[in-house]
Design a protein around this ligand. Structure first.
Ligand SMILES: [Zn+2]
Length: 399
């Protein structure tokens, strides 16, 4: 909007048009497919306004009109739907030694995925590798009206939303203070890039694609080698001032406990992560893989199940704090811990029932994520999809 118009009648007209479009497109995304009349009744907009918005979306190719299949006499209304082929979303899950790229359509349906080894921990290695992939995707999908709608990068650490640099990654310290988004923008300009920690992306992925679809209040605990928490409440993630809220893996559960990498003692993640499980089992991932542990649970191996029970007990102590702080409806366990399934969940419940009065546990659901190895990358895609209506409006208003 030009400054000349910002206070005049045209400025107001543009703003009203934008707000109407926002209502129309978010209603289509939420209730698709539906008729123009239904959009009008759901939004309270008049039918002419709805039709002019929808016509523009159709003309731009972002929305399609579905053929009517009604057999009744009289003309059944034409339904409108999102054109899921109008663009692609890219979700990237960066781990310590590899990164996974997931390409989806605008409904989040997988079109392609690939795993690339992170041969060097130098952040420039990643930026160069992912730039090449994104440029190729831009070329391969150039015929789609919106091209690459956005890129959601999930990192094993935090991203400072104030200074726009990697804040802290305990397991990928070479990336600390790295301006990931601006370095990427130098190589592939014009892309919308979101960077988030695995706990936030995991929470959004569960809401969008996983078992937490109807949850208004969700806590997602991601635990592999570290442990962190993502809090989702009524459509928003709780990020804190700089985007590092949820470092609960470093809340103290033992005053004089084990020394942690963060410098403190007795941190929750020292007792309730996969790292802790290996300590309890007195073994290493080289000697016993996660798959071996899962197989051990299934065949009732007493040493393995008792270690998982102990882990679940500590998981429960930390979760009691989480429940008291956030009053969630759903708690989802993600990361490698999710593979431990009901054995872990049962132990968590046993501890919670000892620690918290029953009334505060009413209606609470705790489950392990079943999104599997692409779960976190799906979280990256959901970061892009939650901005989809804005992207469609911006592109509708162009040219
Ligand atoms: Zn710590």
């Amino acid at each position: 909007m030009s400054p000349m118009h910002s206070n005049g009648p045209i400025g107001n007209y543009d703003l009203v048009k934008k707000i109407n479009m926002e209502h129309a497109i978010s209603t289509i995304l939420k209730y698709r497919p539906l008729s123009r009349a239904k959009i009008a009744s759901l939004t309270g907009l008049n039918k002419m306004t709805v039709s002019s918005c929808v016509d523009l979306f159709v003309q731009k190719g972002f929305v399609v009109e579905l053929g009517t299949t009604g057999t009744s006499r009289g003309r059944p209304p034409t339904l409108v739907d999102l054109n899921e082929k109008a663009g692609i979303c890219v979700g990237i899950d960066v781990e310590i030694n590899q990164f996974t790229v997931l390409v989806t359509d605008l409904l989040g349906k997988k079109l392609d995925s690939m795993i690339i080894p992170l041969q060097s921990k130098d952040p420039f290695f990643f930026v160069d590798a992912i730039s090449g992939i994104l440029r190729k995707l831009e070329k391969d999908h150039a015929q789609r009206q919106l091209g690459i709608v956005g890129v959601g990068i999930v990192i094993p650490g935090y991203y400072n939303i104030r200074t726009d640099v990697v804040d802290y990654s305990a397991n990928l310290q070479e990336w600390n203070d790295f301006p990931l988004r601006s370095e990427l923008a130098k190589r592939v300009p014009g892309l919308t890039v979101h960077v988030n920690p695995a706990s936030y992306a995991g929470a959004m992925g569960e809401v969008h694609f996983g078992g937490a679809k109807a949850a208004d209040h969700l806590v997602y605990v991601t635990s592999s080698w570290g442990l962190s928490v993502g809090v989702y409440s009524k459509g928003e993630l709780f990020t804190g001032t700089t985007g590092t809220a949820g470092r609960l893996g470093h809340s103290t559960i033992h005053m004089n406990g084990k020394k942690c990498t963060c410098g403190s003692r007795g941190c929750w993640e020292m007792y309730a992560s996969i790292k802790a499980l290996y300590e309890l089992l007195e073994t290493t991932p080289q000697e016993m893989t996660i798959a071996d542990i899962v197989a051990g649970i299934e065949r009732g191996d007493s040493r393995i199940t008792s270690s998982v029970h102990e882990l679940g007990h500590y998981q429960g102590i930390g979760l009691a704090n989480v429940i008291n702080a956030y009053n969630p409806r759903v708690i989802c366990i993600g990361g490698l811990l999710a593979l431990l399934g009901p054995t872990l969940i049962n132990s968590i419940w046993n501890t919670l029932r000892e620690m918290i009065p029953a009334r505060f546990l009413l209606g609470l659901e705790i489950y392990c994520s079943d999104l599997g190895e692409l779960g976190v990358a799906h979280g990256g895609v959901s970061m892009v999809l939650r901005q989809l209506s804005t992207t469609i409006i911006e592109n509708s208003l162009m040219g």
